[in-house]
Design a binder for this molecule. Structure first.
Ligand code: PEP
Ligand code: MG
Length: 597
């Protein structure tokens, strides 16, 4: 929720027409700043416009860059021919041919002249068109040529602007990051004080990238289609997470409106701050636990600042994603200890590594899996890599003496799997005993319910586990067969689907009947739309990104359980997700000021 003072003076307002896009909202904030645009391979897309007296200079740059590229190609061709023969070296003939194409050069020059843009920008746009032409031919031979086109473009740009991957850790001014996609590890490296907003072409609401962005608290809208192709570095961009909008080149009126909206939101956030020390208690005196989800130990402090009563989900795999090399047992122990000590005697639920799917293992694998979300991910990966798994379990157990922890296994689908994970934990305990290292033997052990199999087997699980936590991000994905990170099917990804509601109802009621602690740590725990429903289904522990806690607390404090039960009963009667959604939206609006929901 930031805008910087001098932005309006330096921005390119008015240079190009306003472009409004609707995407998938990740964080509800609003941000306003100049764009920094990355392409599919994380290179910066050059600034678009130049002043009129610069056009001649840009036109001169182009032939120089083309001839430098051709010289370089000749050199590489000769080297390749010497080592591997003529056939392989011929690959570069195509590259040289494209660079020597007079028609292509004229197209680039025309664009520089007619659109007043930089040579680099014109190259990136004309090559994008060329790539599209090739891919529209739907011919596998031409499809293979797309990589060559990208390669040629990259070479030419290197001679025009130099080759540097974007360094997002040392930014000198506030920016809105516009990218095709961001990996979870790129998100982990973002400088939150400088990157005030994010917009991406692809991605789904519960992709791990989205989760990271929400945790960091950066206003973000994702899944915008080809947005990177329509905005360039230095243009002003507005991120409006509440309305799922991204606006490039806002006109003056829009710009001013968003400036004042940012001010109003800052005041509202201030109001929510006052709730921090009040209990999450309904009007009929039912107490609810609001817990924080974290990826890194340093986030524990932020959870306390937002009024979290504990950590309901520590996604430990991010320690692996962030590090250059795999953290050893001691480093892991220190990370767990830091989070546990920050929380004092409040409970910290440490989830064992949930690597795989879109996290980590695919980029490291010799051969990526064909269907990684259904592949060797999460607990399956750990049980196949027992040394790796036990190293983590020993680190967690060692840290257990510093506070109040629980251990949770992810993506469990069967009792056998749970028992095997428990056996690994007992082995880790024996290892520590042999070494005379202290740990707590009575650590509660639980599972995540995030597959239909686990949800349907809840009766059996509650006999063996100490607690469960419902992971709706995956539960929705696997129940509805909708990839959580694919923007093309994002509209199908919803917890309001009656099948998901029924699973939630049954899991919560089974746990409550068996007096087994049940929390929910998927993203819907922090979405106001679901608060009444979940309270009404009997859920009393919600774990969410810490920034969502104040708003959920405000909702909890403004309703009665008796009313929430009525809402849940009614919601379960509908046949379609649309009806459920509209009904929950109307009920929630009655409790929240309209501008905030
Ligand atoms: C979930 O699946 O709901 C969950 C909390 O786990 P993650 O988002 O880390 O997969
Ligand atoms: Mg999950």
């Amino acid at each position: 929720m930031r805008t910087s003072g001098p932005l309006l003076r330096t921005a390119t307002l008015g240079h190009s027409s306003m472009e409004i896009r609707k995407g998938i909202p990740v964080t509800p904030g609003i941000a306003l700043a100049e764009a920094l645009v990355l392409d599919t391979e994380d290179f910066r897309i050059p600034t678009r416009y130049v002043e009129a007296d610069q056009i001649k200079h840009e036109l001169q740059l182009l032939p120089r860059a083309i001839s430098a590229s051709i010289d370089e190609l000749k050199q590489q061709r000769e080297n390749l021919e010497r080592s591997y023969g003529r056939d392989l070296a011929a690959i570069f003939d195509f590259h040289a041919g494209v660079l020597q194409d007079a028609k292509l050069q004229r197209e680039i020059e025309d664009m520089i002249g007619s659109k007043s843009c930089s040579a680099a920008y014109a190259v990136s746009r004309i090559f994008l068109t060329l790539q599209r032409r090739f891919s529209n031919l739907h011919d596998p031979v031409f499809a293979q040529r797309i990589k060559d086109i990208q390669d040629i473009e990259r070479r030419l740009l290197r001679h025009l602007v130099g080759e540097e991957r974007e360094d997002l850790e040392h930014l000198t001014k506030d920016i809105i990051l516009v990218a095709h996609d961001l990996s979870p590890s790129m998100c982990a490296g973002l400088d939150k004080t400088r990157v005030v907003g994010v917009a991406t072409d692809v991605g789904g609401l519960t992709s791990h990238t989205a989760i990271m962005l929400r945790s960091i608290g950066i206003p973000a809208v994702i899944g915008l289609g080809d947005f990177t192709g329509n905005v360039s570095g230095g243009e002003v961009v507005v991120i409006d997470g509440r309305r799922s909008l991204v606006i490039a080149n806002p006109d003056l009126e829009t710009f001013r409106r968003y400036e004042s909206e940012i001010k109003r939101m800052q005041e509202f956030t201030h109001e929510l701050d006052n709730l921090r020390d009040l209990p999450a208690e309904t009007l009929d005196a039912e107490t609810v636990s609001l817990l924080g989800n974290i990826e890194f130990p340093e986030e524990a402090e932020q959870c306390l600042r937002q009024g979290a009563e504990g950590i309901g989900l520590f996604r430990t795999e991010y320690l692996f994603i962030r590090a250059e090399t795999e953290p050893n047992q001691e480093e892991q122990y220190q990370a767990y200890r830091q989070a546990i000590e920050a929380m004092g005697d409040r409970s910290v639920t440490i989830r064992t590594m949930d690597l795989g799917a879109d996290k980590y293992t695919q980029t490291k694998a010799m051969e990526p899996e064909r269907n990684p979300f259904l592949g060797l991910r999460s607990i399956r990966y750990c049980l196949r890599n027992l040394d790796f798994f036990k190293r983590q379990l020993r680190a967690i157990l060692r840290a257990s003496v510093h506070g109040n922890i629980r251990i949770m296994f992810p993506l469990i689908i069967s009792l056998m799997e749970f028992r095997q994970a428990k056996m690994a934990l007992h082995d880790a305990m024996e290892d520590l005993e042999e070494l005379n290292i202290e740990f707590r033997r009575d650590v509660p052990i639980g599972i995540m319910i995030e597959t239909p199999a686990a949800a349907l087997m809840c009766q059996e699980f509650v006999r063996e586990v100490d607690f469960v936590s419902i992971g709706t991000n995956d539960l929705i994905q696997y129940t509805l067969a909708v990839d959580r990170s694919n923007e093309r099917v994002a509209s199908l990804f919803t917890a309001t689907h009656p099948a998901v509601l029924r699973l939630l109802r049954d899991v919560i009621s089974t746990c409550n009947k068996a007096s087994i602690d049940c929390s929910l740590c998927g993203e819907i725990a922090g979405e106001p739309l679901y608060t009444l429903l979940l309270l009404g289904l009997g859920l009393r522990q919600f774990s969410m990104a810490s920034g969502d806690i104040p708003e959920i607390k405000r909702l909890v404090r403004s309703t009665k359980i008796s009313h929430a039960r009525k809402v849940a009963r009614e919601a379960l009667r509908f046949d379609t997700d649309r009806q459920v959604h509209n009904y929950l939206r109307d009920e929630t609006r009655k409790l929240l000021p309209p501008e905030n929901f």
